[in-house]
Design a protein around this ligand. Structure first.
Ligand SMILES: [Zn+2]
Ligand SMILES: [Zn+2]
Length: 365
């Protein structure tokens, strides 16, 4: 690592990674060893991964429900310690997280503030190894590219607590940014929200909405087992069977869809008040035809907005949010046991069982 800013040399000469080789192959992932770069190019940052979490989208990739370019190193949620840096503001030894979206910051989408839709976008965990050989989190190391946001983590955040920031939490910070500002105390305005889906995104949504000033936050799910966490996060749990009974029509200022189930949409539309906002996040798959009329949107003067991933600014806000509030909400209870890379298959099975909101991979174990 002789050309790196610090002159630091990573202890290992090779990285080990889980590489997805395609849903029609058996096995559909393999463990591969990749030589670590001797020198980094300008803007690159090499990070030793301390914790990664298995996001639901990776489970969809592994089951063939979702197609991504392959072969690629899987995994996008995670954090770790910088072992070499060719970036002025990033120091060796710092614990960091990184943005899922690597952007050029020059093209039209980037100049419009949509770096997550950059015309030369590379996404962590979604990029073929011939383009970026170490660019996923189910790996001992990640090589962040020039244009990958790298954000320092405060010491109070443990690696497992910080791992889901760079997909789940940062996405929900972006979702929150789509809502009108909450009023100052004593002023009329938004105060009731509905979160559809009590998964990891849903729990982050509840915490973000409460801290943004929403007095009442409902959280709906079809699974009774998940609704227990809703109470612990200070929201009102609602089973989908009781939704009409417990949530008044035209009473909710903002709805977040994070369930991935299109059947929730009519209930969200019913609950929204005139002028309300519907933020769609979870329905990012083809089976998402909406059973609602344009008339319903028009008559209620609704704003319906889609959110996909996030920008560097959302990631910074997500880190800051978790640093301020990690003791106010039981985020750690959402995380399951930790598995080494060698036990990845087992970790995926446990993640699929749904017992935990996130299963943790510790690649250094
Ligand atoms: Zn994800
Ligand atoms: Zn761009």
């Amino acid at each position: 690592m002789e050309a790196s800013k610090s002159g630091a040399t990573p202890e290992a000469s090779h990285a080990r990674s889980i590489v997805f080789v395609g849903p029609d192959r058996s096995p559909y992932f393999v463990t591969e060893s990749t030589r670590l770069p001797i020198t980094l190019a300008k803007g690159q940052v090499l990070v030793l991964i301390e914790a990664a979490t298995i996001c639901g989208s990776d489970l969809h990739t592994l089951s063939g429900r979702r197609t991504i370019p392959h072969p690629c190193v899987l995994g996008h949620e995670g954090c770790g310690v910088v072992v070499a840096s060719e970036r002025e503001e990033v120091n060796v030894g710092e614990r960091v997280t990184w943005g899922m979206c690597t952007s050029c910051n020059n093209c039209l989408p980037c100049s419009l503030g949509l770096q997550n839709k950059c015309s030369s976008l590379h996404k962590v965990g979604h990029t073929v190894v011939s383009t970026a050989p170490l660019f996923g989190t189910y790996s001992t190391h990640i090589l962040c590219l020039p244009g990958t946001p790298v954000v320092p983590l405060p010491p109070a955040l443990t690696p497992r607590l910080a791992a889901p920031i760079n997909c789940a939490l940062a996405t929900m910070v972006n979702a929150l940014s789509k809502l009108p500002p909450t009023p100052s105390p004593g002023q009329p305005g938004a105060s009731v929200a509905l979160v559809q889906g009590a998964g990891m995104l849903g729990m982050y949504a509840v915490a973000l909405l409460k801290e943004a000033g929403y007095k009442k936050v409902f959280c709906v799910d079809v699974k009774w087992s998940r609704l227990g966490s809703v109470t612990k996060f200070g929201a009102t749990p609602v089973h989908a069977d009781q939704e009409e009974e417990l949530i008044e029509s035209n009473s909710v200022d903002a709805v977040f869809e994070v369930s991935g189930n299109k059947q929730v949409l009519p209930q969200g539309m019913r609950a929204l008040r005139n002028g309300g906002t519907y933020v769609l996040v979870g329905l990012v798959h083809p089976d998402s035809h909406m059973d609602i009329t344009a008339q319903a949107i028009i008559l209620k003067c609704l704003t319906v907005v889609g959110v996909h991933n996030y920008t560097a600014q959302h990631l910074k806000e997500a880190v800051s949010f978790l640093n301020r509030h990690h003791e106010s909400y039981p985020f750690d209870t959402l995380l399951g046991p930790s598995y080494p890379l060698s036990d990845f298959r087992n970790a995926v099975e446990v993640a699929r069982s749904g017992q935990f909101f996130r299963v943790v991979i510790n690649p250094q174990q």
